[in-house]
Design a protein around this ligand. Structure first.
Ligand code: IMP
Length: 422
């Protein structure tokens, strides 16, 4: 039995969806272990584009797909995705949801929006999907879990308590409209009917998976630099996208060998606020954004674009215990004239040995760049013929030497067939 953990080594949007889809051929089970509908995993199969926010990408290949306890589940989004997949004749019979996962409600989204507004210039730039407030409920121990859907009476009692609490505190705090308790409960009861047969108990499910010696693929969402503990706090998401959380967030204990596969673009992007030391000059950024379709899959916001940031990549490769790297989107940097890699962070003339430990240090960083010869689109096309040009090779080997992790695949386009094994 073995497992693969796919993690983003940047600020999300590294192209993980496509890689998970590619690797899922060889998996029996695909697992989401954190985050929620803030993620947007895009998969293109034979020119047809699928965007999933909550359901593991493996569902498209008919794989057993599991939403683990570490995920916060927006019922509306879940049902929309289920309907969308059914319309495409993709079965959702293989979708299972942990009874310990928390339910994300509309009011979490409202709180998210209120909080962002309140923070003004200190706002995080969240996706306003309610992620933070739902995790707050979880850790405040007032959350409602998927398993609560199983018992109607218990559910009604818990919903009623939570709504009373919302109406009492939040409505006063933000002068928000009160939630109509009866309407709210009726709505949840309707949705309950549609997912109740997908609920599983974590211990039972984990034992089943281990007994069957399933090959597991853990699908990280967001990226390591958005990790609530190890990312650029406070400009992070509210979960742990890093590799070790795959076990905690799924309840599948690692009684098996596993490999961590880190995904990075050959450049960098960030959406939302917070430090981004390698940001490109405007003329490059516009070009890269357009070519790379660098707009948020969930919010449509423009992503900031930057050069590959080696200190950040070394850090995230280390904290995830990354065994190998897949580097994506080589087509996007083609024919740009010149390209750069941020090689070092310098503060007061001294090179930083470690990744900055707090946000204040980021403000003092002076990035040091190395220029690389830019490859052409023909060179990118040649990758599919297993021909790797000197320019691409130099770039890849430079990154490998510095990060000390093997780069095993490159990607040259959106399609599943544009993944090249080195
Ligand atoms: P939240 O996760 O919606 O609370 O947003 C917190 C931060 O994470 C913001 O900067 C978001 O833009 C960012 N973020 C959340 N999900 C993703 C993602 O899937 N890709 C890239 N950035 C994300």
């Amino acid at each position: 039995m073995e497992a693969k953990i796919v993690v983003g080594l940047q600020w999300g949007d590294e192209g993980k969806g496509k890689i998970v889809d590619y690797l899922s051929d060889d998996a029996d089970l695909v697992v989401r272990y954190q985050g929620g509908a803030n993620a947007g995993h895009t998969i293109v199969i034979n020119g047809k584009k699928y965007v999933l926010h909550l359901i593991p990408s493996g569902i498209i290949r008919g794989k057993l797909s599991y939403i683990g306890n570490g995920v916060v589940v927006d019922l509306d989004e879940l049902l929309t995705e289920i309907e969308g997949l059914k319309k495409e004749n993709i079965s959702v019979d293989n979708l299972k949801i942990s009874s310990n996962a928390h339910i994300l409600f509309d009011f979490h989204k409202q709180i998210d929006a209120f909080e962002e507004e309140r923070k003004k210039e200190l706002s995080i730039g969240t996706t306003k999907s309610g992620i933070g407030p739902c995790y707050v409920d979880k850790y405040d121990r007032i959350g409602i879990r998927i398993g609560d859907l199983l018992d109607k009476d218990v559910l009604i009692k818990k919903l009623s308590n939570r709504i009373k609490n919302y109406n009492e505190f939040y409505c006063k705090m933000f002068s928000a409209n009160k939630i109509d308790e009866k309407k709210f409960i009726d709505d949840v009861l309707k949705k309950r009917e549609k997912i109740i047969d997908k609920i599983v108990f974590p211990e039972v499910f984990a034992k089943y998976v281990l007994d069957k010696k399933m090959k597991i693929l853990f699908e990280g969402a967001q990226g390591s630099l958005l990790d609530v503990d190890f990312g650029t706090y406070p400009y992070v998401t509210s979960s742990n996208p890093t590799s070790y959380n795959s076990f905690l967030g799924s309840g599948i204990p690692p009684y098996f060998d596993y490999k961590v596969i880190g995904i990075t673009k050959c450049y960098a992007t960030r959406v939302g606020n917070g430090p981004f030391p390698s940001r490109m000059e405007e003329e490059f950024e516009e070009n890269v954004r357009k070519k790379g379709g660098e707009f948020g899959a969930t919010t449509g916001r423009k992503r900031k674009c930057g050069w590959l940031d080696l200190p950040a990549l070394k850090y995230t490769s280390f904290i995830n215990r990354t065994d190998s790297i897949i580097m994506t989107k080589f087509d996007v940097l083609s024919d740009l004239g010149k390209i750069f890699v941020l090689t070092e962070y310098s503060v007061d003339g001294k090179v930083l040995e470690n990744f900055p430990e707090n946000i204040e240090k980021f403000e003092k960083i002076k990035p040091v760049y190395k220029e690389f010869e830019c490859w052409t689109q023909e060179e990118v096309d040649d990758l599919k013929k297993k021909k790797i040009s000197k320019r691409i090779k130099d770039f890849v080997e430079f990154v490998e030497r510095n990060v000390k992790v093997k780069i095993t695949h490159l990607t040259s386009g959106q399609d599943r067939n544009d993944i090249i094994k080195l």
